[in-house]
Structure formats: C-alpha cells, structure tokens
Design a protein around this ligand. Sequence first.
Ligand SMILES: Cc1cc2nc3c(=O)[nH]c(=O)nc-3n(C[C@H](O)[C@H](O)[C@H](O)COP(=O)(O)OP(=O)(O)OC[C@H]3O[C@@H](n4cnc5c(N)ncnc54)[C@H](O)[C@@H]3O)c2cc1C
Length: 388
Amino acid sequence: MDYDVIIVGGGPAGLAFARSLAGTGLEAILVERQPYAALADPSYDGREIALTHGSRAILERLGAWQGIPKDRVSPLRAARVRNGRSAFALDFEPGPAGEALGWLVPNHLIRRALFEQVAEQSELRLACGSSVVSARTERRFAEVQLSTGETVRGRLLVAADSRFSPLREALGIEAEVNRLGRAMLVCRAAHPKPHDQVATEWFGHDQTIALLPLNGGMSSVVLTLPEREIERLAKLCDTALGVELTRRSAGLLGPLEVASSRHVYPLATTWAKHFGARRTTLIGDAAVGMHPVTAHGFNLGLSGQGLLAAEIGKALRQGRDPGEDSVIRAYERGHRAVARPLWLGTNLLVTLYTDERPVARITRHAGLRLGARLPLFRSGVRSILMAR
Ligand SMILES: Cc1cc2nc3c(=O)[nH]c(=O)nc-3n(C[C@H](O)[C@H](O)[C@H](O)COP(=O)(O)OP(=O)(O)OC[C@H]3O[C@@H](n4cnc5c(N)ncnc54)[C@H](O)[C@@H]3O)c2cc1C
C-alpha cells in the first residue's frame, strides 16, 4: 500500500479533510489538478462564504481561522428576506446575546488559510498539477492512475473533486445532477447608503438578488438570472453594470459602483445517490452540490469532512482499518441525516421562489406573512437560509 488515504481535490473540503488527518499517523496524498502556486495563493473568485458558528469553530480547530486577515471577516448581524414588490419582509435578528448570525469571508482567503495549514503537514504528500485519469477499487484497496503516469494505492479513496466529480463518475456512483439553466453573477460593489451588516435576499419576479454586507462600505452582489441574460450583463463595462445592478436592487443601498472583477457561475445542483462505496467516500460538493442561495455548500462540506475524520479516528483507536466498510457506512449515515433536510428544504425554497406562475406568487406571499408569526417556520427558514 502506498498510502492510507488518497484525497482527490484540493478545494476547501479536500484541504480541510487533509488537515483533519494531521496527527492521526495516517500517510495521505492529496491529488489536485491545479498547480501548487494556484493553491498556495488562490485568486479572488467572487464568492463570499457565509460561515456559520459551527464552521468557524471547525476552522479554528484546524488552525485556518487564525490565518484569515481579521479586516476581511465581515460580521453578519441580521438577514432580511423580501418577496417581489411586496413591502413585507421576513427578518432574522441577531441571537439573544446579540451575537452575529455568521461571518462573510472571501472563499479564496479561506482556501489560502487552509492550504497554509496543510503545506507543511508531515505524512501528507501534495501532488499538485496532476489529476486522476482512472480509478478502481478492490476488497482491500483503492487504486488511482494519475495524469503524470503514476499509479497510487491506498486503503481509502476520498473524492472531493467538485459537484461534477469525475472520480464519482469513474467509479460508477450515481448522482442526481440538475442543470438549472440559470447563472449567478457575483462582484463587490461600493455604495453610499450603510448596509448595517444586514444581508438582503430578494426574490424578485424573474430574478434573485442578494446583497451581502462587507466591511468598508461595500457589499457582495449576487444576481441570479437565466444564463443568457447573465452572459449579456457580464460583458458590460463597470459603469454600465453598476447602473444595471442599482436598477435591479431598486437603489436599496444607493448607486452601486462595481469594485471588483465579476465572476459567473452557471447553476447546477447535485445529490449523490451514495456518499460511499467500497473503499471510497464522497465529501464536499462531490457528495452534495447545494444551490448557493441558502449558503450551505461550504458549511456542509466542512461538517461532513469532520464527521468522516471522526469516524476514522474512532476506527484507529479500536485498531480497525480506516477504509473498512463500517467507517464508510457510519459517515454516510451521519452525513445524509444532516444533508437531506437541507437539500430538500433548499430545493423547495428555490422552486417556490423562482416559479412565476400566479399561484406560486400568492403562495410565497402568504407563506412569508404567515411564517413571520410561526416560530417553528421562522426557525426552519433560518436554519435553511443559514447565515443569509
Ligand atoms: C457564487 C457562490 C456562492 C457561494 N456561497 C456560499 C456560502 O455563502 N456558504 C456556503 O457554505 N457555500 C457557498 N457556496 C458553495 C461553496 O463554494 C462550495 O460548496 C465549496 O466550494 C465546495 O468545496 P469542494 O472542496 O467540495 O469543491 P470545489 O471547491 O469545487 O473544489 C474541488 C477541487 O477539486 C479539483 N479537481 C476537480 N477534478 C479533479 C481531478 N480529476 N483531479 C484532481 N483534482 C480535481 C478542482 O481543481 C478543485 O480544486 C457558494 C458557491 C457559489 C458558486
């Protein structure tokens, strides 16, 4: 056996999992197709990740939170959900002790901080600039062939290679993949009116726009529209895009001035039918690729990798094989129990809020008003919307 664990994918889920193995004594390899320099210093990609309290605690334990510059961590005090032209809004206030709902942190800085932690980790080999071209599993081992020509064997193979996971496909693990025909355009914008650290998620007719409050009089604008429309907007100059975003946000924060590069993400969601198979587990988006509107993907990936690491730790303490079936099944059971309600709740919310038929409009309008008075509904939506 070359390694105990083979991790494929050096995104946040793969990096966090590699870090979680530190100190276990397991020999691991992390295979990532991007070059070392791109992992060590990732570029800004437009994503501002809304981190929950639980995710912050995990990042602290992994030593990554400490590596994120404090002035780039924007506290999220409250969130507001608006529906079409209705003046009514559903508000989510801070907790009883006035603590933040969560924190917005640029994705590339989280990745950089995680990478700093794994870069010097003994018992971990970083195989950057190489990807997996084929994979197979046997009763006692998993084997992958890399684009460099090298073949590696391990006791457990972990797929963390995105929602389109080529590894999941190569191993024949079925997944529900939904291409939604819509895309998100994200960028930062400066504005004159204060956001008061309140995030707005506005489900308008034919569009969804989120304004996420950042430090320094800025917000991250996340606009969702049909793909063609997003393609058109992405080609506008900064001034014209600013005018368009101001119009689409109805001037809530005053005139928006584009203050970063813009990034486009075509929307697709995925749900793997199994999170594990012989000698294999799926983590992060490879297991569940959530719709970003409820800001769960990263948070879920982080908790899932923690669960897998905990099951492996338990097996090691009992002298068991970390790649054996019972470890994989325990992880799969635990992670599915957490992910399934979020997956279903998010999909329901997306369907309801993107359906423009009159009956759906009436339902969501009535739903928001009724829901505002029902504590159970409020806490349900709050947990579905997470920090946003
Ligand atoms: C606009 C936007 C906003 C978001 N906001 C939030 C938010 O607020 N909160 C939240 O929780 N989530 C959010 N998400 C979701 C979050 O970004 C993802 O859930 C998270 O990045 C998934 O991490 P991952 O490591 O599983 O996969 P990825 O980040 O996709 O990383 C996969 C890695 O695998 C590598 N790879 C792929 N194939 C191979 C191969 N064959 N061999 C080797 N390497 C390979 C890739 O190069 C990549 O580095 C958002 C997403 C978007 C698009």
